[in-house]
Design a protein around this ligand. Structure first.
Ligand code: PEP
Length: 320
């Protein structure tokens, strides 16, 4: 059910009162999200408000970049692959030309991390797809942050929607996981995102902010955190968010960081988009000012396509 027009309007005007800048928002909402008429109207109104009230110039002379962090692309291989297919993928990545100005990370299944670590170029860092909430011990089936560090991981993905909604991890548990991983010097890709019914009910910001708050309540520094906005309805469905839909949430997330953490953290924290990103749609998404990179599932299993997504950073520069 859609939120009432007045409550949604007040919610939007409240939430868009912070960072403002120009340019960027293009594209029409896709039928995939099926937002209610009211939600769609106010989504668009909020976007226009932001464009109209622009004054701030972006840093680094790059028009399409509102934050100050380096472009970041992560590949989440999920529960896919065999020794042979991963050997081929690594070989393709080793042979790919990757733009310099991008942090590139891949997250293989745990059992293949060692294989990947010993064969993949150091240009690409390695992430776990999950980690236990504390120090290792009698937790059958779990992998600890210390173990991820031990096998060469620099990163861990936490709060992925498949962990939240299939395995049942809640906000507080995920926040604690993030705090523990950071305490062990493991950097965190912190995932947030709304389900389709939450978007249709006009609760996209509310859900994302609750998930963000749970991270904020547990961690003391955002230096080693990348936020991945991944609308659940777009993950693995082929129904990518439009550049407009993604940018609206990204700017709201940056705004939330500004108000609730600090302007410095809002500027420095990478906010990446995930959900059916591929070699064909990445360039238009990358042009959005608050999209600082991508978390990629399916398309990260194809080396050349993943390289294309990494190299979509060039469309940000061209937009300058
Ligand atoms: C993901 O799993 O984080 C993801 C974004 O998947 P996909 O790109 O396949 O939608």
């Amino acid at each position: 059910m859609a939120a009432s027009s007045s409550s949604l309007a007040s919610h939007i005007s409240h939430n868009f009162a912070g960072l403002r800048r120009g340019g960027g928002s293009k594209g029409e909402p896709s039928s995939a999200s099926s937002p209610s008429t009211n939600a769609l109207f106010f989504d668009r109104a909020a976007s226009r408000l932001r464009v109209a009230s622009s004054s701030r110039r972006p840093p680094r002379g790059v028009v399409a970049m509102a934050g100050s962090g380096k472009f970041f692309v992560g590949g989440n291989w999920k529960c896919n692959g065999t020794k042979d297919s991963i050997s081929k993928l690594v070989s393709d990545l080793n042979g790919a030309t990757l733009e310099n100005d991008v942090d590139v990370v891949v997250a293989p299944p745990f059992v293949y991390i060692d294989q990947v670590k010993s064969s993949l170029t150091d240009r690409v860092e390695i992430s776990g797809q999950n980690a236990w909430v504390g120090k290792g011990g009698a937790f059958t089936g779990e992998i600890s942050a210390e173990q991820l560090i031990d096998v060469g991981c620099k990163w861990v993905i936490l709060g992925h929607s498949e962990r939240r909604h299939i395995i049942g991890e809640d906000n507080e548990f995920i926040g604690k996981k993030a705090a523990y991983a950071l305490s062990q010097n493991l950097k965190v890709i912190a995932c947030i995102g709304e389900k389709l019914e939450e978007r249709e009910a006009g609760k996209t910001f509310e859900v994302c902010f609750q998930q963000l708050k749970a991270f904020a309540d547990s961690i003391s520094s955002w230096t080693d955190v990348v936020i991945a906005y991944e609308p659940v309805w777009a993950i693995g469905t082929g129904k990518v968010a439009t550049p407009l839909q993604a940018q609206e949430v990204h700017v709201a997330v940056r705004d939330w960081l500004k108000k609730n953490i600090s302007p410095e953290v809002a500027s420095a924290t990478r906010i990446i988009y995930g959900g059916s990103v591929n070699g064909s749609n990445c360039a238009e998404l990358a042009k959005q000012e608050d999209i600082d990179g991508f978390l990629v599932g399916g398309a990260s299993l194809k080396g050349p396509e993943f390289a294309t997504i990494v190299n979509s950073v060039t469309s940000k520069k061209i937009a300058a």
